[in-house]
Ligand binder design. Structure first.
Ligand code: ATP
Length: 237
């Protein structure tokens, strides 16, 4: 069956230069499912995502993507398995055009696929000949997500997509990601500051505080119990 999780983490502990930043994170994300990682500044969200993506080596614990252990020494293996990671600085090439990015991102010359991705981000379609360095923050973020989606990922991880973006843009982009995840069975992990918007498009969410998971559950339940989410932000530690 294909109900096996796309991404799992067991007792994940990670940090920098021997100093622990996140401890004992357990999670699993299945095809078509959206998981949000929430929490205040410095809680360890980015560190968690970097370890899940194999960008940062784990200190202990185990991460698997499609059943294969993530090995930070071999990032291309994860990419080949369909993992795409969109960092918070977006990872684009400022002097290249939008069209050049889209062309390089396609796994095969598939106009139809490009069309179906661009349909979700109509603003991009009009900007093909624009140099990326001249795009607004929101346009760059749309491009970064479109580039990741064109590769037909099985797993998409996005770090602080909403960073520096107008809420209106975030309100367009998060549902677009959720819809594509559902339609194409992509497992998605979002690190988000906008708690309400993130919960509204997620299936499940976890709140990190001081490097530990202090609350997790179905996104709908957490939306109805915002006071619990708030105390997880400000309370534990
Ligand atoms: P924010 O929302 O502010 O980005 P975050 O939840 O993503 O926060 P992390 O960036 O994962 O938090 O940081 C977790 C902890 O690890 C913090 O104490 C931070 O100072 C520390 N940290 C992050 N990056 C590094 C680094 N490159 N070297 C050393 N320590 C780091």
């Amino acid at each position: 069956t294909n109900t096996a999780p796309v991404l799992t983490a067991e007792a994940l502990t990670a940090g920098y230069h021997g100093v622990v930043a996140v401890t004992d994170v357990n999670l699993s994300v299945s095809a078509g499912e959206v998981l949000s990682i929430l929490g205040p500044n410095g809680a360890g969200k980015t560190t968690t995502l970097l370890s899940l993506a194999g960008v940062l080596p784990t200190m202990s614990g185990r991460v698997t993507i499609l059943g294969e252990p993530v090995d930070s020494r071999r990032p291309y293996r994860m990419a080949r398995r369909g993992m795409r990671f969109v960092p918070d600085d977006r990872g684009l090439f400022p002097s290249m055009t939008v069209g050049e990015h889209l062309r390089l991102a396609r796994r095969r010359p598939d106009k139809h696929r490009e069309h179906s991705v661009l349909e979700r981000f109509p603003a991009l379609a009009k900007l093909r000949s624009r140099t990326v360095g001249l795009l607004s923050g929101g346009e760059q973020q749309m491009l970064a997500i479109a580039v990741a989606l064109l590769a037909e990922p099985r797993l998409l991880m996005v770090d602080e997509m909403s960073l520096g973006l107008a809420p209106m843009i975030v309100e367009q982009m998060l549902p677009a990601i959720r819809d594509l995840a559902r339609a194409e069975g992509i497992a998605v992990v979002l690190v988000e500051q906008h708690v309400g918007l993130a919960l509204a498009v997620s299936d499940r969410a976890m709140v990190l505080n001081h490097g530990r998971v202090v609350l997790e559950g179905q996104a709908g339940a957490l939306l109805r119990e915002r006071d619990r989410v708030e105390s997880a932000y400000f309370g534990a530690g």
